[in-house]
Design a protein around this ligand. Structure first.
Ligand code: TXA
Ligand code: MG
Length: 322
């Protein structure tokens, strides 16, 4: 991988064009937004989104925020209701993220939604972020550009120190103006909920759409991640982890070159045993196998290293009795 310091480049037009090419090739790019630096990857590319989780080194899959150059592009992927329309009209472009239902034909990677039926969308106002998103022409998933457990970077230098070795390029656009992440409002449920405080204040939001439930404290008190308290994706069928055999009627979620035989249907997360590829396939394959004609889903052992920890975390939650 590249030297963390030589990949920091000024965010001029030529470099923004190069960064867009990296994104289209499925690579990761760090770019400035008005809030914090983002670790961006093509949100429509499962492998690129899996690389984001791998680079962050997070022990679990939290859903990611997907960034757009224009509100109209966000509408193609997420279903806006009236409150969403009002908030977008007032605060976009800017530091507000909306959690909305995925469109039926949503092209965003299921991994970016952590398998959920919702998607978090935002149109940033930073001119470099805007130019990059426009040049790339794709939605870009971008969590803050730090490794898990470190603070969010507000300069290109910070980003280079913590995550530089894992990305193709870091666009230096100077220090971020706001310095804290965007406000997150969940409009996918019965009642609007504040999931994360940010630069757009709660009272500014309630002035537009009325009262919101504050889920920020509740969520930080939980062992899970902010915004994850309501639900996580779980299949209808029972999951049997660390399976060393296949029972009659079971579907098989395999991993590696030695997939077991005898399953009613098999999907292999990665025949070559690549954990990043396995993460990229996880939610889509679980959904494919989650059909009533099978008695359950047997899951072959997944190594507990790197992004394999996040895969196992999600499988354990999905296998837990409900
Ligand atoms: O300011 C920001 O928003 C920065 C810059 C780079 O744009 N991005 C950022 O992204 O902070 P990220 O992916 O780290 O933020 C994820 C947060 C989670 O903590 C969660 O609260 C919420 O967004 N979130 C994302 N998708 C969600 C979903 N489908 N349901 C509920 N919450 C979701
Ligand atoms: Mg973060």
């Amino acid at each position: 991988m590249a030297d963390p310091h030589t990949i920091v480049v000024p965010a001029d037009e030529a470099n923004i064009g190069k960064a867009a090419s990296h994104l289209l090739a499925g690579e990761l790019v760090v770019f400035p937004t008005e809030t914090v630096y983002g670790l961006g990857g093509d949100a429509t590319n499962d492998m690129a989104v899996a690389r984001i989780f791998d680079a962050k080194g997070r022990p679990r899959f939290n859903p990611l925020i997907v960034h757009f150059a224009q509100p109209a592009q966000a509408r193609l992927q997420a279903r806006f209701d009236q409150p969403a329309d009002r908030l977008a009209a007032i605060f976009w472009p800017g530091p507000l993220t909306l959690v909305l239902p995925r469109q039926r034909d949503c092209q965003i990677s299921l991994l970016a939604s952590a398998g959920l039926e919702t998607i978090a969308v935002r149109v940033p106002s930073h001119p470099v972020a805007h130019s990059l998103l426009a040049a790339c022409g794709r939605p870009v998933a971008a969590p803050s550009a730090n490794v898990s457990g470190k603070v969010s970077p507000t300069t290109a230098g910070h980003a280079a120190e913590t995550i530089g070795a894992k990305v193709a390029m870091i666009l230096d656009g100077g220090p971020c103006g706001i310095g804290i992440e965007s406000t997150v409002i969940d409009l996918s449920g019965e009642t609007a909920a504040l999931l994360r405080h940010g630069a757009v204040l709660e009272e500014e939001v309630t002035a537009v759409i009325g009262p919101v439930i504050d889920r920020t404290r509740l969520s930080t008190a939980r062992p899970g991640s902010p915004g994850m308290l309501a639900s996580h994706y779980a299949p209808d069928l029972p999951l049997r982890l660390d399976a060393r055999n296949v029972d009659p009627g079971e579907a098989l979620l395999a991993f590696g070159p030695h997939a077991m035989s005898g399953a009613a249907e098999t999907r292999n997360l990665s025949a070559r045993g690549d954990l990043v590829e396995a993460a990229a396939n996880l939610f889509a394959m679980l959904r494919t196998l989650d059909r009533p004609e099978f008695s359950g889903i047997a899951v072959m052992p997944i190594p507990e290293r790197g992004i394999g920890r996040a895969i196992n975390d999600r499988l354990r939650r999905a296998a837990a009795p409900r």
